[in-house]
Design a protein around this ligand. Structure first.
Ligand code: ADP
Ligand code: MG
Length: 422
């Protein structure tokens, strides 16, 4: 049922809806491109030579399994980081993000000290990319704008690194006096951006976010198998289906949270089970060998092993268009993340529980690393009742004193480069 005060919903058109609800604001790639070009011009009194957009992502299912050689099923969303770039004739980098609007002037050699705040992502990407390409430092101007909420579990950091990497690549390619740089393959680019997180942001993340940000496809999920190292686009299970995304308003902080501990516990469980990773462990193996593990290792491993099975099943369900089964797997995934992996929080649990009761909802779960961030629900687009959602969010707001924001999503495409003539 549609709330009577609102027109019928289509996932993409809903972005244009005039709704009293606190939606995550978004805009088209063309609008974002104009916005970042304007921002760049305002800061550097010039026009950029190229603009690179990289999306955020939602993980439909397969949480905390990428670093266990598992399988995941994420998709890129219509929220982006936008990076505009142009060479300057100095040996300095001038850079600004709409986040604070400050123009930072930095040495083009990224070795000089630790760059503060968000600049660490630029420093890391620039340093690792320069090492890989053996490129001498060169001066450039770079501006960043974004429609992605940060710390919302939608991978704004991976999106930022991928957009910066593409921008550096195009900036260098555009300069005739510099040797041309061949674009490295997707896995290599993703690994470079992952190393930025590890070495410069202190987040020991897996590789899922970077891969889907780079290689997501419109109307498709991306099945990633970290053991086989394969990427396979899987058609979205129904054009009438959408993912309702709600950001709890709780910003996660994976670097200081328990993310690293989870990873270490999985590795020690695998070692005790004589496995290279938890990917090669079945539920039967795990139960049979449970006495070799501490209770905590057993619980963590049970999440990983069962989540990998659920994700494989979910991939088969998507192929067969079996949305109801998919929804049930999402429900089970949330319970496992909440009880065995213990990465949920009361705000996520509350929203998952409440949204699960909305008409048409087939399944709901937290998405992303957890400890805050966002939840998702799968439902037929037309069944979303905006009036019920409004009531639910108002109750949440008064109960937790937080400002939740929502968006209806379907899979969008991965990172794109726009030359100034596009
Ligand atoms: P998530 O990736 O889930 O959004 P993280 O904590 O991993 O959360 O990354 C958020 C950080 O990424 C921000 O604190 C900021 O440093 C950086 N970041 C992301 N987008 C931008 C942007 N548009 N401008 C500046 N910094 C950004
Ligand atoms: Mg991140």
């Amino acid at each position: 049922m549609i709330g009577s005060a609102f027109p019928q919903l289509n996932a993409r058109d809903s972005l244009q809806l005039v709704s009293p609800l606190p939606q995550i604001s978004t805009c088209s790639a063309a609008q974002l491109r104009e916005q970042v070009a304007r921002f760049y011009a305002g800061k550097f009194s010039n026009i950029p030579s190229s603009i690179c957009l990289a999306p955020g992502r939602i993980n439909l299912i397969g949480e905390h399994v990428d670093y266990n050689s598992g399988v995941v099923l994420p998709f890129a969303i219509d929220l982006h980081s936008a990076v505009a770039v142009g060479l300057n004739s100095t040996s300095l980098i001038r850079v600004s993000s709409q986040l604070d609007g400050v123009v930072h002037e930095l040495s083009a050699a990224p070795d000089a000290g630790r760059w503060p705040g968000w600049l660490r992502y630029l420093q890391g990407t620039l340093k690792l990319w320069s090492q890989r390409t053996e490129r001498p430092p060169f001066g450039f101007d770079l501006a960043v704008t974004s429609t992605l909420p940060m710390g919302a579990g939608l991978s704004s950091s991976a999106s930022l690194c991928v957009a910066i990497l593409s921008a550096l690549q195009t900036a260098a390619t555009g300069r005739a006096s510099l040797p041309q740089v061949e674009q490295p393959p997707t896995w290599e680019q993703a690994q470079l951006c992952q190393q930025v997180e590890h070495q410069f942001a202190n987040v020991p993340c897996g590789l899922m976010d970077q891969l889907v940000v780079l290689a997501g496809q419109r109307n498709h999920l991306l099945a990633i198998d970290f053991h086989e190292m394969t990427l396979e686009p899987i058609p979205w299970p129904g054009s009438d289906l959408s993912c309702l995304l709600i950001h709890t308003g709780v910003q996660h902080d994976l670097a200081t949270s328990e993310y690293g501990l989870r990873r270490a516990t999985c590795e020690s469980a695998a070692r005790k089970l004589g496995a290279l990773s938890l990917r090669s462990v079945t539920l039967e193996n795990l139960l049979a060998a449970s006495s070799a593990l501490t209770d905590l290792e057993f619980k963590r491993a049970r999440h990983v092993v069962s989540e990998i099975e659920r994700t494989m099943q979910a991939t088969a369900n998507c192929r067969a268009g079996q949305a109801e089964q998919l929804g049930r797997l999402m429900d089970e995934s949330h319970v496992s993340l909440r009880d065995d992996y213990e990465v949920s929080c009361m705000e996520l649990d509350y929203l998952v529980e409440q949204v699960r009761q909305l008409p048409g909802v087939l399944g709901a779960r937290m998405t992303g690393g957890g400890f805050g961030g966002s939840m998702i629900a799968l439902l037929p687009t037309q069944s979303l009742s905006l009036s019920l959602l409004e009531k639910l969010l108002a109750t949440y707001e008064s109960r937790f004193g937080l400002n939740p924001r929502w968006l209806l999503c379907q899979p969008s495409s991965g990172s794109i480069e726009l030359n100034s003539g596009d």
